[in-house]
Every structure is written in C-alpha cells, then in structure tokens.
Unconditional design. Structure first.
Length: 165
C-alpha cells in the first residue's frame, strides 16, 4: 500500500511590503497550525518516508515545523519546480520518487495542489492553508501511478474543522 499525502503550506504573512511571493514567511497562525497538523498525522498513524517540498520560504518553514513535532527526521527533497507547480508538474515529481519510499508527503501551493487532490479524489476538495488530503493505492511503483492507478481518499483535514486554525 502506498500513501500520498498532499499538504498546502500553512498560513503565510502578507505584512512585509516589498517581499516577493516566493520569500513570504509564515504568519503567527501558520506557525501555530503546522505543528498541530503534524500531531494530527501522528495521532492518525500516518508518517512520511520522504517529503517533497517547494523551495518557497513558507513551505520550508511549514516542513521544519512538521519535523519538529515528529520523533524522527524525514528526508526532504526541496524543489524549485514545485513552487506554484501545475498538477502535471506535481505528478511528474511524484512519478520520479524512488519505489523504496512507500509514504510520501508533498507540501506545496494552490491552485495546483488542490487540482491534484480533486483529481485523485474524483471530487471537489477544498485545500485551505495547512489542509492535508491523504490518498492510498495498491500501486507497486510510483512511476505512472497517478494516471494508471486508482487512489482512495483516506483522510482530508482542514485546520478549522479540527479547531486548529
């Protein structure tokens, strides 16, 4: 069983004029919510063998806060290509994962992340900041797994619904 977790970065700070979108850090709410979502993953028994993450500041900070709550550090592949990536670019990154990794967490941005989650769920999923959608499949390999395999939605959490945001 393979598990693909899609997470939108936590809430970012818009208060610093002159900062590019790529350089925006998390705001106070984002710094509170990300660790709580890490705890939710642990409570529900989900863990990542690998984290694929956009190299944008707010995503990197989200990943650091997740890892601070976990007992073991997970390898992170930070990719510039994941910054505001299209669904197809996200799929290409997933397809390139090593098959030794059974559980992958992709932390990125909307609208591409939400579009991918909706595609996999075959439903309209909302992906507000820090939301997580978890999919599982019997696929033996990552390569071409998104196009060729059925994925089932195992969980979908939004911080406000968990009273975290």
């Amino acid at each position: 069983m393979r598990t693909l977790m899609l997470m939108r970065h936590a809430k970012s700070d818009w208060s610093q004029p002159g900062l590019s979108d790529y350089e925006r850090p998390l705001n106070a709410r984002g710094r509170r919510t990300a660790p709580m979502m890490a705890e939710q993953l642990q409570r529900e028994g989900f863990s990542a063998d690998i984290i694929l993450a956009s190299s944008a500041v707010r995503v990197q900070e989200t990943v650091q806060l997740l890892q601070h709550r976990w007992s073991t550090e997970t390898e992170v592949l930070s990719e510039q290509a994941l910054y505001l990536a299209s669904p197809q670019e996200l799929i290409d990154q997933i397809h390139s994962l090593h098959d030794d990794w059974q559980n992958a967490l992709l932390v990125g941005h909307n609208p591409g992340l939400c579009a991918l989650a909706c595609h996999l769920a075959e439903d309209n999923l909302e992906m507000p900041t820090a939301a997580i959608a978890i999919f599982q499949s019997e696929t033996p390999v990552w390569r071409n797994s998104i196009a060729a395999t059925d994925w089932s939605l195992a969980a979908h959490w939004k911080p406000k619904e968990l009273n975290l945001g």
